[in-house]
Design a protein around this ligand. Structure first.
Ligand SMILES: NC(=O)C1=CN([C@@H]2O[C@H](COP(=O)(O)OP(=O)(O)OC[C@H]3O[C@@H](n4cnc5c(N)ncnc54)[C@H](OP(=O)(O)O)[C@@H]3O)[C@@H](O)[C@H]2O)C=CC1
Ligand SMILES: O=C1O[C@H](COP(=O)(O)O)[C@@H](O)[C@H](O)[C@H]1O
Length: 515
């Protein structure tokens, strides 16, 4: 458990690690090493930690999957996404070092002998470790359908008898409330809560972590943080690419399970929870669960679904060979959540996410209420925007007098763009931060089982409707690849009280000659 200390500045508390931190004799085993997550995020994050000296001494990484690959192919796949745009020789040399400590074993997910073979490989590495315990971190970069057999086989066949064992599993944790409960209880038969780390990588993102500080270390922010000041909140996830080649996974899960039910709901819970007693993981997660319990299940009338179609030379969702031709799987979803507590009653929280949209952007937009009418008529509303990615930023849209001899209000902003404000800071990738947390044994930024239970309660009825469990499946509205989403979106948001700026808003500079 983490304990609180004062930072050198004496202002923002910092965390002192008193977890079971792994320092040496540790192997990270990546299951699903042939896959998309492994190549795009897990291995680049492991490399980032290695390069900066954060991994335990004598670390080894063992990839495991069914695909047969030789070492050259394995290293090509797992280092292909490591960024080195200028071919920096120091990075190139580190990549070569990294390859030397990474090996691959091929095997199945359902049969004991495959896992026994993996253990032999682990033991051959550990034979060179100098005395003491040997620690094993099992990272399941796999589809949820194999979490249970892999979790069980690893526990039965690969568990280190003299050292720390930890298992990291990826979202989505099940497909609905019942399957999540089943998944959790099956895994609990093999792994303790302390050994289990359920990743939602949005909890590792810098700006998501910053929400706690922005809210609770700023009196000005705290006092405007409720239904008296806030009109509506939008949490938006936009990706400019489709599901190309991932249809096998995506078509079964859809946009709500892929992003809304986990990433965006986590953001919402931190944005709306009450002040935790401390930064200790259980205190934070207690508050998140409390606020989630105030949210009733989403209603059909509060949901807008979409699916992208071919446009701008790009294929539609149904054109992908891995997708059934008649699929009604939503690749876009907007839903509204209501929090029935004293602070938030009546404020709509609009969660929207889509693939194949016009830009890459994840942001939180808190729109405040209209200013009292009278001397100011039709001035724009204040908005606090927290841009999670790309280019982390927080800006507050405010009205200011136009400079000069007139007396007119125009929208401007107070802007904290990280790149400008923190010029020499490298912001860690979410997976770097989370893998390091797991090595330290810190659960603060991982998902607790009761959080999942309440999260699925909110989403299960709407998902069953979309899955066609209680009637015909709803047909998503088509939207062109590269567009802003279904054409119904603007009306959907406006109905919930969102008002666009009265004046044309130009950011970050305004030319007075255009006014
Ligand atoms: N991709 C991403 O950006 C992100 C993914 N995730 C999560 O990570 C997990 C893995 O995702 P991702 O890497 O994209 O998925 P992949 O489809 O790439 O699967 C990973 C690997 O698992 C094996 N696999 C695939 N399908 C099956 C199956 N039906 N049964 C058994 N094994 C299978 C394959 O390895 P082999 O056949 O060689 O054994 C594959 O290379 C998912 O839970 C996803 O939600 C989370 C965040 C981001
Ligand atoms: O979990 C997932 O997240 C990624 C987006 O992650 P990001 O860190 O790049 O925002 C998404 O593409 C994928 O579909 C989903 O499974």
């Amino acid at each position: 458990m983490a304990s609180m200390t004062r930072s050198p500045s004496g202002t923002i508390p910092s965390m002192e690690i008193s977890h079971d931190q792994l320092k040496d004799n540790t192997i990270v085993i990546v299951f699903g090493a042939s896959g998309d997550l492994a190549k795009k995020k897990t291995y680049p994050a492991l490399f980032g930690l290695y390069r900066n000296g954060y991994l335990p001494k004598d670390i080894h990484i063992v990839g495991y999957a069914r695909t047969k690959m030789d070492d050259a192919e394995y290293h090509k796949r797992t280092t292909g996404y490591i960024k080195n745009p200028d071919n920096d020789p120091e990075v190139t040399a580190k990549i070569e070092e990294f390859k030397k400590l990474s090996t691959y074993v091929s095997g199945g997910y359902e049969d004991a002998p495959s896992f026994q073979n993996l253990t032999k490989h682990l033991e051959s590495i550990e034979a060179n470790y100098k005395g003491g315990d040997v620690n094993r971190i099992f990272y399941l970069a796999l589809p949820p359908s194999v979490f249970v057999p892999v979790g069980k086989h690893v526990r039965d066949n690969c568990y280190s008898s003299k050292g720390v064992n930890r298992i990291i599993i990826e979202k989505p944790f099940g497909k609905d409330l019942d399957s999540c409960r089943e998944l959790l209880s099956s895994l609990k038969q093999s792994w303790t809560e302390d050994e289990t780390f359920r990743i939602d990588h949005y909890l590792g993102k810098e700006m998501v972590k910053n929400i706690l500080v922005l809210r609770f270390a700023n009196v000005a922010m705290g006092s405007a943080w409720d239904k008296n000041s806030v009109s509506n909140v939008q949490i938006t996830f936009k990706e400019p690419f489709g599901t190309e080649g991932r249809g096998g996974y995506f078509d079964e899960f859809g946009m709500i399970r892929d992003v809304l039910q986990n990433h965006l709901l986590q953001v919402l819970s931190i944005l709306t929870m009450e002040r935790p007693v401390s930064f200790a993981s259980e205190d934070i997660r207690d508050e998140k669960v409390k606020v989630l319990r105030c949210i009733p299940p989403i209603e059909r009338k509060d949901t807008l679904l979409g699916q992208y179609v071919a446009a701008n030379g790009k294929p539609g969702y149904l054109d992908d060979d891995t997708v059934p031709k008649d699929s009604v799987c939503p690749t876009f979803a907007a839903t509204t959540l209501w929090i029935n507590n004293e602070r938030w009653e009546g404020v709509p929280f609009i969660l929207k996410a889509g693939k194949a949209l016009n830009e890459a952007k994840v942001e939180i937009r808190v729109q405040f209420k209209d200013v009292a009418q009278g001397i100011f008529k039709d001035v724009s509303r204040n908005e606090l925007v927290m841009r999670i990615q790309p280019s982390e930023a927080v800006y507050l849209k405010m009205n200011t007098k136009t400079p000069g001899l007139n007396f007119r209000a125009i929208p401007t902003e107070m802007d904290l763009t990280y790149k400008r404000r923190f010029t020499d800071t490298k912001i860690p990738e979410a997976y770097e931060a989370l893998i390091l947390d797991a090595l330290k044994g810190d659960h603060s930024n991982f998902v607790r089982d009761d959080e999942l239970d309440v999260a699925w309660k909110i989403f299960t009825p709407i998902l069953h409707w979309i899955d066609g469990k209680d009637g015909p499946r709803p047909k998503p509205a088509p939207y062109p690849y590269g567009s802003r989403g279904p054409k119904e979106l603007d009306a959907y948001i406006a109905k919930l009280g969102y008002k666009r700026s009265a004046e044309e808003y130009s950011w970050p500079t305004t030319s007075m000659s255009n006014l």
